[in-house]
Design a protein around this ligand. Structure first.
Ligand SMILES: Nc1ncnc2c1ncn2[C@@H]1O[C@H](COP(=O)(O)OP(=O)(O)O)[C@@H](O)[C@H]1O
Ligand SMILES: [Mg+2]
Length: 287
């Protein structure tokens, strides 16, 4: 059990301790959320429709003694969500060469595995995750085989210290899914699985098959999961294309910006690349 007194998430108010550092530092802009800042040892984020569902999940992870996620501290006088700042570094929008470290990649996979172990048994009660449309593949309702997990383990959302992944941040897309969906998504971002034409600058020589195998071994995909990966990825790309298009149209903001920047084309090229390289990927994963 936690030693800190915690009112229910909807009633939790963040009151800074006397003398607490209050210098404001802009954090590197992520893709979507505007106005994320660091204030002393905390991060302030705009309150969002999923905030209380995320807060309840972060409480669960805290009680499960998972040390790889921020703590939800409440809302500040401006109504913003307050989370603990996790010391370390995160990749920028174009992941830097240090992100290519294979030890780091393996540590990301192990951290995601630990998150899944800590999440087992969690069922949102007071604050369900909002439905995400369109959802041919998974609803926001928990059910058999469902696991609440992160679902956006990009290089920008992993805190790295001394070359190893120590924290997952930005739980905005968290919700009930499956362990395979979350781990595939993390591997897809970190290999990364994309058409070579879309390689980040400086990543042209990186072998995604080799990296996918490192992730698979460190996370612990079984043989059946390894064989399912290409088909799973192809299906996930279709879902992700539809969701991005929907979010760009309905939510606008950062989603519309990403769509205008061509993320739709990138996802379709990924799907084609997965189709063309399915055999190679399975051989790398099982050989
Ligand atoms: N709790 C935190 N600890 C450390 N760094 C953080 C934390 N929250 C955010 N950051 C930094 O701010 C950046 C943007 O925040 P994030 O919550 O990921 O917003 P977005 O939804 O825009 O991606 C992150 O990539 C990271 O560099
Ligand atoms: Mg982010």
């Amino acid at each position: 059990m936690s030693t800190r007194y915690r009112p229910p998430v909807e009633a939790r108010v963040y009151v800074p301790a006397p003398g607490e550092a209050s210098d404001v530092e802009l954090l590197p802009a992520g893709d979507v959320t505007e106005g994320v800042v660091r204030v002393g040892g905390t991060v302030r984020r705009p309150h969002q429709p999923q905030s209380l569902a995320v807060a309840e999940y972060l409480d669960w992870l805290e009680d499960a003694r998972f040390d790889g996620s921020p703590r939800y501290l409440g809302r500040d006088a401006q109504g913003r969500d307050v989370l603990t700042f996790m010391a370390g570094g995160c990749a920028g929008p174009v992941p830097e060469p240090w992100v290519q470290s294979e030890d780091l990649l393996a540590s990301v996979a192990r951290l995601v595995r630990r998150l899944h172990a800590a999440s087992a048994g969690y069922v949102p009660r007071e604050h369900p995750f909002p439905e995400r449309a369109p959802l041919p593949q998974a609803g926001a309702l928990p059910g058999p085989g469902k696991l609440v997990c992160h679902l956006d383990v990009t290089p920008q959302n992993v805190v790295v210290r001394d070359g190893a992944a120590v924290g997952l941040i930005d739980f905005d897309l968290a919700g009930p899914a499956t362990a395979l969906r979350d781990s595939y998504n993390a591997a897809m971002h970190w290999a990364p699985l994309r058409d070579p034409a879309d390689a980040w600058p400086g990543w042209e020589g990186v072998d995604p098959c080799r990296r996918l195998r490192i992730f698979a071994d460190a996370y612990g995909w079984d043989d059946e999961e390894r064989r399912r990966i290409p088909g799973f990825g192809i299906e996930a790309a279709g879902v992700s294309y539809e969701r991005m298009r929907h979010n760009a149209e309905v939510l606008g903001g950062g989603w519309a910006r990403m769509w205008a920047d061509g993320v739709g084309g990138l996802i379709l090229r990924r799907r084609d690349w997965l189709e063309a390289n399915a055999g190679r990927l399975v051989r790398a994963l099982t050989g």
